[in-house]
Design a protein around this ligand. Structure first.
Ligand code: ATP
Ligand code: MG
Length: 560
């Protein structure tokens, strides 16, 4: 196994694979990622994608993308497309191995006939309610269906007529004939096929019987010669059924391996819940930057590498847990810190007029995008008589530890000049509307001319050259760490954070940001990481704040 791919550094899954390669059960590794196209992919899926593709890659193997589209009623083409886009964006490639479980409907049907012929499956007339009653509970065994001993001939006939549409929805099922007293409820004659007169996105009206997940999934794995079928922990109890079906049919037999799902604080991770947020208008869509979907995270400014690094850091385990979302943010900041160009933007502008700077004069400072890097690329930042500074960088009556601008106080404009505030202009209500200042021409580049020190260094934007932009600042979509913690009768949507989106409509950006590509990461110095939104256009710029600069996770690790 290659060492570079730390996503797949050795863990209990690779231990199992190593054993299989050693004992000769398999001589290669072939995995699959099997999404159901009933929603957009989220960060939890990213973990599964990184595992499946990462592990195969580490062993020089292959990974299939297979849409698990056996449920005709909830699936949509929009999802089929978004899922492919998101996997590619993460940087994984299924090459020519794109499959649909629905492509195997004919094969599944033939296998069902084989099971019937082996007396391993039967047609049952119990209703859904009766099925539940006959099933028993964890403490009580189930009861045999009165239809359990139908002859092979009768079962073959009835199953064919189910397929031909002779019976209404729910009136019959095909069930495996296993053991109604098994301690494992999944083994109590589970349903393999149900009747559903519904159109399917791929097969149209060809079928009115549809295979159940447990039946279709293992057989799809087998048909594709998947060696290791990696899935989440809730399928552990289904593994005996997975194995039973493949053993009965004596077909290629992959190994199912379960790992713990990814859960995050302040986040819901079920497609059903995410769909509810979209439908009920809590967010603007599946790709709203507050959503934990890959499309939302992309729009927010996450890089694929940040997500992959996060999955790496979290690792794989067999025990369910909830990861603190601040760890995700910490990994994100680490990644953006490496790649984001540093620029100046003023979120809430306050105009400063430099009285002793000539009206017509303009100059440009050459400022490196990466101030701490020797060979950093450089851009020109214009300077003129009127500039904007951050409203929060000025206080008329500052408290002791406020080192920024105040009346009579001198500060450094980053990479430009020292200025001293000489006058505060207010409106009739007493609000500060603009400041006057004087600059020291000898301090060009922000250097002290005579060794005198200033405490504050402010970012700024030349008013004449500034680009106006809308900024969208995001906070957690759910105020509670556990969004499902609601009083009796409540819904998780009660925990939606009413302040999860704050819009600043008149931010001022340095002109170089005109060239910013959609999703290209920038650090707005002293403010945070931002990227241009997909809806941003020349003259109507929109930037999303990906994440602020403060790293509470790192602070916590340092213990302060
Ligand atoms: P959801 O509960 O969000 O609807 P799902 O499991 O129904 O998810 P699928 O489309 O069936 O969604 O999932 C495709 C693959 O992604 C499966 O192998 C599933 O186990 C895995 N997966 C889904 N959610 C997570 C998660 N939170 N962490 C890790 N893997 C996940
Ligand atoms: Mg599912």
């Amino acid at each position: 196994m290659s060492e570079e791919n730390s996503a797949t550094r050795s863990n209990f899954i690779t231990d199992i694979i190593d054993e299989h390669l050693e004992n000769g059960r398999f001589d290669h590794v072939h995995t699959r990622f099997p999404p159901e196209p009933n929603g957009y992919l989220h960060i939890g899926h990213a973990k599964s994608i990184c595992l499946n593709f990462g592990i195969a890659e580490a062993y020089g193997g292959k990974t299939n993308l297979r849409f698990d589209d056996t449920n005709p009623t909830k699936e949509e083409v929009e999802y089929v497309e978004s899922i492919q886009e998101d996997i590619r964006w993460l940087g994984f490639d299924w090459e020519d191995r794109l499959f649909f479980a629905s492509d195997y409907f004919d094969a599944f049907y033939e296998y069902a006939i084989q099971l019937i012929k082996q007396d391993a499956a039967y047609v049952c007339d119990l209703s859904a309610d009766e099925l539940r009653q006959y099933r028993g509970t964890l403490t009580e065994p189930g009861k045999n269906s009165p239809y359990r001993d139908r002859s092979v001939e009768e079962n073959l006939d009835l199953f064919e007529r189910m397929k031909n549409g002779e019976f209404p929805d729910g009136s019959k099922t095909l069930r495996a004939r296993i053991d109604m007293s098994s301690p494992n409820l999944n083994m109590r004659d589970p349903v393999l096929y149900r009747i559903l007169h519904a159109d399917h996105h791929n097969t149209g009206d060809k079928w009115c019987i549809y295979p159940m997940y447990d039946y279709a999934h293992g057989l799809s794995d087998s048909l594709e010669h998947i060696t290791h079928s990696i899935c989440t922990l809730e399928f552990e109890d289904h593994r005996p059924l997975y194995d039973w079906i493949l053993d009965q049919l004596d077909v290629f037999h992959p190994q199912q391996i379960e790992f713990a799902r990814l859960n995050l604080t302040h986040t819901v991770m079920s497609k059903r819940k995410l769909l509810q947020l979209v439908r009920e208008g809590f967010v603007s869509g599946w790709d709203d930057p507050r959503m934990p979907t890959l499309s939302g995270m992309r729009r927010r400014g996450y890089t694929p590498q940040a997500i992959r690094n996060f999955v790496d850091v979290v690792g794989v385990s067999k025990a369910n847990s909830i990861v603190d979302v601040e760890l995700l943010e910490h990994v994100l900041r680490d990644d953006l810190n490496e790649r984001a160009r540093r620029v100046m933007a003023v979120l809430e502008p306050l105009r400063v007029i430099i009285d002793n700077y000539p009206e017509e004069q303009e100059e440009a400072f050459e400022i490196p995008y990466f101030p701490y890097q020797d060979d950093s690329p450089i851009r020109q930042v214009p300077f003129s008589k009127e500039i904007f500074i951050e409203r929060t960088d000025f206080m008329e009556d500052p408290p002791k530890k406020f080192y920024r601008l105040a009346p009579g106080r001198e500060v450094r404009l980053m990479n430009a000049y020292y200025i001293t505030c000489t006058e505060v202009v207010k409106d009739d209500d007493g609000n500060v509307v603009e400041l006057h200042a004087e600059y020291d021409p000898e301090s060009r580049g922000g250097m002290s001319p005579d060794g005198r020190k200033v405490r504050g260094t402010l970012h700024w934007v030349s008013a004449r050259h500034a680009l106006s932009a809308e900024l969208r600042l995001y906070d957690y979509l759910f105020s509670k760490a556990d969004p499902y913690e609601v009083p009796e009768g409540g819904d998780f949507t009660d925990n939606v954070n009413p302040e999860s989106l704050q819009v600043l409509s008149d931010a001022k950006l340095e002109p170089s940001l005109k060239e910013a590509g959609v999703y290209e990461p920038f650090q707005f110095m002293r403010q945070g990481y931002f990227c241009a939104d997909a809806d941003s256009a020349p003259g109507a710029l929109i930037f999303n704040r990906t994440i602020s600069l403060v790293d509470t996770w790192a602070k916590m690790q340092r213990g302060n």
